[in-house]
Design a binder for this molecule. Sequence first.
Ligand SMILES: C[S@@+](CC[C@H](N)C(=O)[O-])C[C@H]1O[C@@H](n2cnc3c(N)ncnc32)[C@H](O)[C@@H]1O
Length: 221
Amino acid sequence: MLKLGDDVTLYNRDCREILPLQCNVVIIDPPYPDFNNDHGKKWDYVEIENLTLPEVRQFIFWPALREFPLGYTAVHIWHKPNGQSNEHYERIFERYGNKVCRVYRIPIINYQTLPEWTPHPTQKPLRLLKQIIAQYTQPGDIVLDCFMGSGTTGVAAVKLGRKFIGIEIDAGYFEIANRRISEALAQSPLFRLTPGSSGRGLGESEAEQFDLLAAPLNPVS
Ligand SMILES: C[S@@+](CC[C@H](N)C(=O)[O-])C[C@H]1O[C@@H](n2cnc3c(N)ncnc32)[C@H](O)[C@@H]1O
């Protein structure tokens, strides 16, 4: 377990060994059942229906063709205007929430050109995670991502004054996530990395300074 200041805890572990953990919201992008994402390196499929996630609001990325195996309250769409071939849309299932469905129109990362880029093959855009976190959590809330990959959810959480728990099984990706989240903490005026420090949260108007207004949001209903 690695603690970064008071508000971030990271585990380089198999999440099935340490869940459940207490949090206010779960945001996960699990290994996909239909296809192999890692350019030849096969990830084991994790049956999300068997995960012991806490019964709090959950957002689960699900690009798979396979039917979503859990009950849900809303389905959001991530529209990727620069997506390739038939990959323009991705579903994000919400559990334990309300029935409002949203469309997030945010380009996929233009790999290798943005400073945000990492070698993780399914890295999500920071803007997308910032929008979800700003809309559905409060300052000081704990965000859990037990498939954190390159750490995008953690970077967004830290930049918005939320606490974060991240789990990643792969040591290489864990190091990338650790580096990105540590850099976000170091740059944040809201948190200090010194032991005993305590971060203060920020409200949504303050969150706007982190480019949330730059991305259009089109409610479907
Ligand atoms: C789809 S990727 C997440 C990408 C992430 N959203 C990002 O922006 O970088 C899924 C991640 O889950 C990790 N993973 C797979 N099985 C796991 C397990 N049992 N416990 C923890 N992490 C796991 C993989 O190594 C991979 O990095």
